[in-house]
Write a protein that binds this ligand. Structure first.
Ligand code: ADP
Ligand code: MG
Length: 275
């Protein structure tokens, strides 16, 4: 972060902001966004917990979580009422950042949850039992579906952040996602709002990227962060070193963009989101 040493500290939210990073399309940048925004916030003094709610466990991998057959994960929290504080692990090399990892058990949770009481509110219940006064942000990395895991995220959070990939078909399925947010809001979590849209994998050389960005901005207005995340090889390399790009190559275009996006998020007052 050379050159940024004199920067004012980022404002801390009054209460912990719980943000789901959701989009039922796969490969749009949910995990990359979760991991790098979380790392950038933590590197600027915010206390951040990442909850990995995707059975693929990509966020856990990118954050260097050790996992084996004994690892207690977010699965145990949802299905067996394990406390989050018992399974959250500190992220190596990034103070103030923790991760509640996912293990492959989570693939079965979608089905196991069906028969449980208050199946949509398991994660919310786990957060309620956790003292979030020690935290400024919880970021939930959602799986690429609108099933019970994503519903649990939306019931447990205040804000939804939607990464949109600047590619053809980017807007496909978005209507369904928005309807789902509305359904959860009207039946299960009245405080829910879409607060943030982030354009990812932007390629300034193509007209298509520009067209998608324009279209998203005209639809969603100020919900869309000013910062665009460019396509960057360093971003895609970082997870194979069990790192965020913020630590892997902080000077890369991707890291700089994620830092700017995190700064925008931190400076947005809560309640900016649309209803
Ligand atoms: P999702 O969680 O929505 O499935 P990911 O965050 O895993 O999406 O991203 C999908 C793929 O695209 C991954 O291989 C990731 O490394 C890559 N990727 C994400 N963002 C970028 C970017 N800005 N530049 C280059 N590759 C990216
Ligand atoms: Mg993912």
């Amino acid at each position: 972060m050379a050159g940024r040493g004199h920067e004012e500290p980022w404002p801390r939210p009054k209460a912990c902001r719980v943000i789901s990073v959701a989009n039922q399309k796969g490969g749009v940048g949910k995990t990359t966004t979760t991991v790098n925004i979380a790392a950038a916030l933590a590197m600027h003094g915010q206390r951040v917990l990442v909850v990995d709610l995707d059975p693929q466990g990509n966020a856990s991998t990118a954050l260097g979580m050790e996992r084996d057959a004994q690892t207690r994960s977010i699965y145990h929290c949802l299905v067996e009422d394990e406390e989050i504080r018992k399974l959250a692990q500190p992220v190596p090399d990034i103070p103030n950042l923790w991760c509640a990892p996912a293990t492959i058990d989570l693939a079965g949770a979608e089905i196991e949850l069906v028969s449980l009481v208050a199946r949509e509110a398991r994660l919310k219940r786990a957060f309620a039992a956790y003292d979030t006064s020690d935290l400024d942000y919880i970021l939930i990395d959602c799986p690429p579906s609108l099933g019970l895991l994503t519903v649990n995220a939306m019931v447990a959070c205040d804000e939804v952040m939607i990464p949109i990939q600047c590619e053809y078909y980017a807007l496909e399925g978005l209507g369904q996602l928005l309807r789902n947010v509305e359904l959860v809001k009207s039946h299960l979590n009245t405080g829910l709002s879409i607060s943030t849209i982030l354009l990812t994998m932007y390629d300034g050389r193509t007209r298509l990227s520009q067209q998608v960005a324009d279209e998203v901005r005209s639809h969603f207005g100020e919900l869309v962060l000013k910062t665009l995340v460019p396509r960057s090889v360093r971003v895609s390399e970082a997870p194979s070193y069990a790192q965020s790009v913020m630590t892997y190559d902080p000077a890369s275009t991707g890291a700089v963009a994620y830092l700017e996006a995190a700064r925008e998020i931190a400076h947005r007052a809560e309640g900016v989101g649309a209803d």
